[in-house]
Write a protein that binds this ligand. Sequence first.
Ligand code: UTP
Length: 297
Amino acid sequence: MDINIAVVPVAGLGTRLLPATKSQPKEMLPVGRKPVVQYVIEELTRVGMKRFLFITGPGKTSIENHFDLNPELIQLLRETGKEDLLAKFEYERMPVQYFYTRQRQLLGLGHAVSCAEPFVGDQPFVVALGDSIIGLHAQSDVVQRMTECFVRNRAAAVIAFEQVPLSEVHHYGIARPKNGASDVFEVADVIEKPSAQEAPSNLAIAARYVFAPSIFAAIKRTRPGKGGEIQLTDAIRLILQGGGKVYGIRLSDEERRFDIGNFDAYFRAFVEFALADEKHGAALRQFVEQWLNDHHS
Ligand code: UTP
């Protein structure tokens, strides 16, 4: 079974990043040299995704522009002797197709995923949040491990999980593994934003999913939860309650999730990617070390 459709929700308002996100999507914020969503698409293209459906909303057209071909700009670079910049546009030529649909009401991530139903039909598909990079410079093949697990186990869903400190579990959907956690494990339940005491593990849902089309029926049966939103985690619970098999894949240490949803995480991600930049990283490191030395009180 070839799973090659990825649904990328990017419709959220990004209120935690205001005012940076007042007139530009958070998914277009740069982390190092590229906007967040470009890392997401490159990661998924490397593991064989061929068709991308963005779930967009008002104010998100710069995402569509970013993945368009831009022959005039390329021509201009050639004419002005800036051929060395042409490599920066290689992503435009990746052998994939882009599709866009609007989430006409912001009713939550579960609702955003349900907007993909007419496109996806009865095939399994990947969901990748457009505001999260997996691994430094997106060097992760976790989605490939997930699709393999999905097929091998005839699963209804496979979810990527990241280990987080117990003090952080209240921000995330947390797994209750069936027989203890290993790199691949069966999920008995997922608990949305538990307290540290209630949390059944420290494994947090990490922005990548593979779903059978049965998720759409589960989303339809999901009642609005926190903030009146239709939560994807609640739909996953319905699948579990109906006897569907859900598996978890643990991200490795090299596959840390960079969630660009708040300033603390965004600043850290930017610094880490910039410090690892091939050309400018070493000089930036020197500058930061010097600056920290000079300003040490
Ligand atoms: P978040 O949970 O970070 O929500 O979305 P948000 O609305 O973008 O940000 P805040 O909370 O206002 O700061 C996670 C991902 O799901 C998408 C977002 O675009 C983001 O990529 N999303 C969320 C939707 O597409 N639709 C929704 O209704 C909610």
